[in-house]
Ligand binder design. Structure first.
Ligand SMILES: Cc1cc2nc3c(=O)[nH]c(=O)nc-3n(C[C@H](O)[C@H](O)[C@H](O)COP(=O)(O)OP(=O)(O)OC[C@H]3O[C@@H](n4cnc5c(N)ncnc54)[C@H](O)[C@@H]3O)c2cc1C
Ligand code: FES
Length: 244
């Protein structure tokens, strides 16, 4: 983990509520797929965690949805302004288990961490299928970006206004070697039930203090409770014990 001041070089809307922000810094290293950063915003006690969407030495990009005070404030920031950011957080996805035909399942703002993962998997010669889920057509983003990496892409919308009607679990391909998923918890539970292979889950919804003190982010596993902010956000399918 590293605390650094990063400079905004881009902050643009990609849908009505989702923004893409690129940050640069001389000491910024390559970030892990499935890792996250924690952003301090003036006047807000808790930092706001956001997954790494894309990364290269010297720059990183995030996609964030405006849902409250912190993200609202971020959406008004301009290139040249700076942010106090903790980088290098989170265990990230384990790419060594992907097999040859991994499946990526993302819901809404669970999609961003899957982009860097897709980039690394396609660079390693894997045949990647991404299923991206949204509520409705006007929320759709990322389809072209994943296609540009060489992924097969299926989009599902709950109201059927774009792509397959239904949830990501209604658009699963017949065969895949392994899966990686990130999205709202009801989606993750549905993926857990529907998936035919082993896989990894990234949890974005559970976070309190963000630094290991409150246990507000804990998830029950076969080896005891794990803190999403410290031991996560990625957990393996076989270790998760879902609360009823
Ligand atoms: C590891 C991790 C990675 C994340 N990655 C991303 C990302 O890539 N892109 C992105 O848009 N968001 C991501 N989130 C969620 C993001 O952290 C929250 O949306 C953000 O902190 C909200 O801040 P706020 O001040 O705007 O909203 P607040 O004022 O804090 O809250 C406004 C509303 O949003 C709800 N909310 C707050 N936090 C979350 C959350 N974690 N999940 C769902 N609802 C929440 C609150 O219950 C409230 O209703 C991630 C969260 C975690 C834990
Ligand atoms: S958010 Fe407080 S321990 Fe993880």
């Amino acid at each position: 983990m590293k605390q650094q001041i990063l400079t905004i070089t881009e902050n643009v809307p990609v849908t009505k509520t989702v923004y893409r922000m690129t940050l640069t810094g001389e000491d910024l290293g390559q970030q892990k797929a499935g890792g996250f950063i924690n952003i301090r915003l003036d006047g807000l006690f808790l930092r706001r965690p956001i997954s790494v969407y894309d990364s290269a030495p010297g720059s990183l990009t995030i996609l964030y949805k405006v849902v409250g005070r912190g993200t609202e404030r971020m959406s008004g920031m301009k290139p040249g302004e700076t942010l106090d950011v903790l980088t290098g957080l989170g265990n990230g996805y384990d790419l060594s288990k992907a097999g040859e035909t991994p499946l990526l399942l993302g819901g809404g703002v669970g999609i961003p961490p899957l982009y860097l993962l897709a980039k690394q998997l396609t660079a390693a010669g894997k045949t990647v299928h991404a299923v991206l889920g949204f509520n409705t057509a006007e929320e759709v983003f990322g389809e072209e970006a994943f296609k540009a990496l060489g992924c097969a892409v299926t989009v599902a919308t709950a109201d059927g206004s774009y792509g397959v009607k239904g949830f990501v679990t209604d658009a699963l391909p017949e065969a895949y070697s392994y899966f990686y998923t990130c999205g709202p918890e009801p989606m993750l539970r549905a993926v857990y039930r529907a998936a035919k292979s082993s896989g990894q889950f990234s949890f974005e919804e559970r976070m309190g203090c963000g630094f290991g003190a409150c246990m507000g982010c804990s998830c029950k596993t076969i080896t005891g409770y794990k803190r999403i902010c410290r031991e996560g956000p990625v957990l393996e399918k076989e270790e998760i014990l879902w609360d009823d």
